[in-house]
Design a protein around this ligand. Sequence first.
Ligand code: FMN
Length: 210
Amino acid sequence: MLLPWVKTLWGRTMSSETLINAITRLHELIESARASHEPEANAAALATTDGPSGRPTVRTIYVHVDDEDIVFFVNAASGKGRQLEWNAAAALCFFWRHLAQQVTLDGRVEILDDEKADALWQKRTRESALAARASRQDARQGDKVTLSTRYRTEKERYDFSPVERPEEWIAYRLLPERIEFWETGWHRMRMRTLYERQFDGQWEMRVQEP
Ligand SMILES: Cc1cc2nc3c(=O)[nH]c(=O)nc-3n(C[C@H](O)[C@H](O)[C@H](O)COP(=O)(O)O)c2cc1C
């Protein structure tokens, strides 16, 4: 009989402190990736599903991770914006080539309150905030000239003042149910650590090896 591919080394049930540890670990990985000059260290693939058909779709987004929260911004009129309104289930996948590490997360999202969303929005670069204001995701993008005209209008409008978050740009907080760290190692020395929410709300951590 074939041995199971994954052998659990140890596992135990712990409180939500375990979840905080996992989020802190993710935060630290993003900072390490930044320090190792990984381009777009806080970018991840976001998967959502289309309500009626259940068809999954995926795209890259920027994710803000601090020691407690995992938050991303989406335009409510975009494909993912509409999908998350139908179905709050979402999954994220980070991969940092320089660190040879992957982190996957899945769970449900909730809308972050305006005050926190505005504070996080202000952490975007000025160019990114202006570009977000200039884009109209509910309609087909016009030509590049139209987009740059809108960008220039927003730039002049805000001059040197802080660029406001447009109300259609919603901050979603991911409430994870699973977080998996996969240290790929380039020589098949993989190590996986799975943090998983149990039925009773407690979090369990399991370290696994190939
Ligand atoms: C590096 C990178 C970062 C991005 N960050 C965001 C983001 O934070 N929010 C967002 O809505 N789209 C972001 N985008 C654009 C999305 O990938 C996507 O193309 C767009 O939002 C439309 O997706 P949708 O039609 O599936 O909703 C980013 C794209 C790239 C390449």
